[in-house]
Design a protein around this ligand. Structure first.
Ligand code: OOG
Ligand code: MG
Length: 269
């Protein structure tokens, strides 16, 4: 385990910064990047702010149901100008139904991106091999993540800001689960995002960290650095294969992963 560095922010600064983001999310109001408006801080402090913000949401009766990886593909790293994989937390209120409706009302500047997801049936911790990780999964499938950064303009921020902001996560939708099997090759599957059936972006699943299962291994490692484990029953979004698209009213956005049933949702005003 790599021990995290001692906090450089005081507990009251951590709470104050998580409160800024908590309110931005609740009031649907974008804010200046924390590292610019208030104080510079490192990634470990950023994960402390993220955890504090999630704690506030748990007190508001949300429940943790999984994690998301971010910045696991070159396309996303370049789109955001940030170059290190990060994680965020998924709660029950963030999941929307496949085939459901997503209203743009009360959202800041939402975007969607195509991902691969896993659901685990066994706790994972420390350093795990891709074979161990796949064996610990009960399902795999295609997902769409909807990002809605709480920061102005979505893009002019430093990595600790994004981590503090729960990796820009807002909502997600899961496609039909497929049962993984030993030797299943998740590496070379075509993955696309479409808007009204027009392909907006496509790549192969290898774009996600070389292989999406490696992104799950990386998540377990990043959690270990924060002295955490990945509980059995977690949903894990492995990160986007392509850049995200801005959501527009009266469109159907779909995610497609070769060999699996597609997933979509309808965007309304
Ligand atoms: C950061 C989150 C990145 C992904 O899949 O790479 C992410 C952002 O784009 O604001 O979710
Ligand atoms: Mg994502």
């Amino acid at each position: 385990m790599t021990p995290s560095t001692p906090p450089k922010l005081t507990p009251s600064q951590i709470s104050e910064f998580s409160q800024v983001l908590y309110e931005a999310r609740n009031h649907v109001q974008e804010v200046e990047p924390l590292t610019k408006a208030y104080h510079d801080f490192d990634l470990d402090d950023a994960y402390r702010i993220q955890a504090d913000g999630i704690e506030k949401r748990l007190q508001n009766r949300e429940k943790i149901i999984g994690y998301k990886m971010g910045l696991t593909s070159k396309a996303k790293m370049e789109q955001m100008g940030l170059h290190k994989p990060i994680y965020g937390v998924l709660t029950d209120v963030m999941q929307i139904d496949a085939g459901g409706v997503f209203s743009l009302t009360q959202k800041i500047h939402p975007k969607a991106e195509p991902e691969v997801y896993f659901i685990t049936h066994k706790e994972l911790k420390g350093s795990v091999s891709p074979e161990e990780a796949l064996a610990a999964c009960s399902s795999v499938g295609v997902a769409l993540e909807i990002l809605d950064s709480r920061f102005q303009g979505f893009k002019y921020f430093a990595l600790p800001d994004v981590v503090a902001d729960n990796a820009s996560s807002a909502y997600f939708v899961l496609g039909e689960p497929v049962k993984p099997f030993a030797g299943m090759d998740l590496k070379n599957l075509k993955i696309q995002i479409t808007e009204n059936e027009t392909v907006m972006h496509e790549d192969t699943s290898a774009a996600i960290f070389g292989n999406p299962i490696l992104s799950l291994c990386e998540l377990v490692k990043l959690l270990d650095e924060q002295k955490m484990t990945l509980p059995a029953g977690s949903i894990v979004l492995a990160g986007a294969a392509t850049v995200a698209i801005q959501l527009k009213p009266d469109t159907v956005v779909a995610g497609h992963l070769e060999g699996m049933k597609s997933v979509d949702f309808k965007v309304t005003v």
